[in-house]
Unconditional design. Sequence first.
Length: 333
Amino acid sequence: HLAPEDRAAIMLMQASHSIRAIARHIGRAPSTVSRELARHAIRPNQRYDASLAGQRARLARHRSRRQPKLHPGGELFELVVYLLRKYWSPEQIARTLRDMFPDNSSRRVSHEAIYNALYVMPRGTLKKELIACLRQGNGKRRPRSRGKDRRGQLPDLVSIHLRPPEIEDRLIPGHWEGDLIMGAGNQSAVGTLVERTTRLVILAKMDGTTATAASIGFSDKLNEVPRELRLSMTYDQGKEMAHHAEITQKTGTAIYFADPHSPWQRGSNENTNGLLRQYLPKGTDLSIYSQEELDAIADSMNTRPRKTLDWRTPLEVYADVLKKSVAGPQTLQ
């Protein structure tokens, strides 16, 4: 590309010098000077204006840029925005677009392209809203205490280390991980259950944070699950599970307890709790949510494609499991 001083030299020398002489003076090929004059000389007297030529060159260079796939106002951009507002991750969106438009590359984008499109957007309400829809995986974390566990021992707990090996392998459905999401001041809570094989999420409304509330809430939701699909639940050693024997008696579900300060032993549940905070933010009163509203949140989670399920949704995988359970217990193996 010609610099402004090159164009100035062409304008001053055009009337009295040949194209080759001008090219030698500015250190360019004669064809470069010839094309420059042909493109930007002003007819009919073939005058060359360096300032006008520079403006035309910049405009032509700008027009030659290919419009990105994800440009505001575009149909693909609007689809991505719609799914982001439903709390789909960019990777989930990219994979779904690939499945929806396998033969049309113009309707597909990578998850990196989605991230780039969001962060290069000009500051404004829309950018702030869409970035807030992303899961903030790099947020600050408060270190967990590694000191002595002062919560006391639960009566008759069965350690996770005594759990049958088939639960660890995730091959047989019907084994759940449980936890509580706490509200403002630890005065309210929502129970969370995640099935280890299908990653199906169930939310249980709790009437407080006591052991009695947990026993009633978890028992009611577990009893909505077919008997052959509520085999066990793995929980941490929180005091709200002091009545775990009552849950087992009411539901027939065996309960195992993870080691203190070992969230990776219930990884599916911990990951799900992080996703649920987009719907149930920290510092809010969780008692305001009805069971119907919690069921709607669970439905939203269960209809999002998951990478760990080969981009199927938990609801699709769970539906297949239910069909097999109706056909006969032996088909679940």
